[in-house]
Design a protein around this ligand. Structure first.
Ligand SMILES: [Zn+2]
Length: 229
């Protein structure tokens, strides 16, 4: 029964890795982003509040996020989990310490340059939302070799699944990504320092290959730390 947190910059594939790790280990993925999206689409009281914050372009206040995560963890009755998108602030981290203990933090490491290039190659189907990538990336940065294969559609600009037109999301443009990376760095730094000061186990993983390789690396690291059989 593992209690994990996953950290990583936007574009590192955090959500994908959290989902796969949760499936493989039989633990719950708790993603605040997913929870809020679900509440918004169901038009619940919480969803309406969250929608209002998003409309004003401000973060959902700590007290709301903390309550949502506390409820989810309590409902697990001791089952393991992997937190994605939480904690974002040291107040959220402190609140988490009052609810449970964390066995390890999986910290995805990937240089800005790679994220910007990779996301600029992302294409999304305007009809069904299927995701493709037209950029093949091969680069060495600080001695780490990045080999990230493309995921192109069979026919350029056309979705394999539904024949819809492929578009580039506004969010995936370099200027937008750079801004999001800056925000991430500013926000995550105190949280990471908080956990380092508390001596929580950090598992740093370079995201320099395709997802199955990275998943195996994460599982092996958990075994090496004695957290997994
Ligand atoms: Zn499609």
């Amino acid at each position: 029964m593992l209690r994990l947190i996953i950290f990583g910059p936007p574009g590192a594939g955090k959500g994908t890795y959290a989902t796969r790790i949760a499936e493989i280990l039989g633990i719950e993925k708790i993603s605040t982003g997913d929870i809020f999206r679900e509440e918004v689409s169901k038009r619940t009281e919480l969803g309406k509040k969250v929608e209002e914050y998003l409309r004003r372009g401000v973060l959902v206040p700590d007290e709301i996020v903390i309550k949502v995560v506390r409820d989810r963890i309590e409902r697990l009755h001791g089952r393991g989990f992997i937190l994605d998108g939480y904690p974002r602030t040291t107040a959220q981290a402190r609140a988490l310490d009052e609810i449970t203990t964390i066995d390890a933090i999986i910290n995805l490491v990937i240089p800005d340059e790679i994220i910007i290039e990779k996301l600029s190659g992302r294409r999304i189907c305007s009809r069904c939302g299927a995701i493709y990538n037209i950029i093949e990336l091969k680069k060495i940065i600080n001695g780490v070799e990045y080999i990230l294969p493309p995921l192109p559609p069979r026919k350029e600009g056309v979705c394999d699944v539904c024949g819809g037109e492929l578009i580039q999301r506004e969010d995936d443009r370099p200027e937008v990504i750079k801004r999001r990376l800056e925000v991430y760095k500013r926000q995550s730094k105190p949280v990471i320092e908080y956990y380092k000061a508390r001596g929580v186990t950090f598992i740093n993983i370079h995201v320099n290959r395709e997802p199955p390789v990275i998943i195996n690396r994460i599982l092996n690291a958990l075994r090496e730390k004695g957290l997994l059989d």
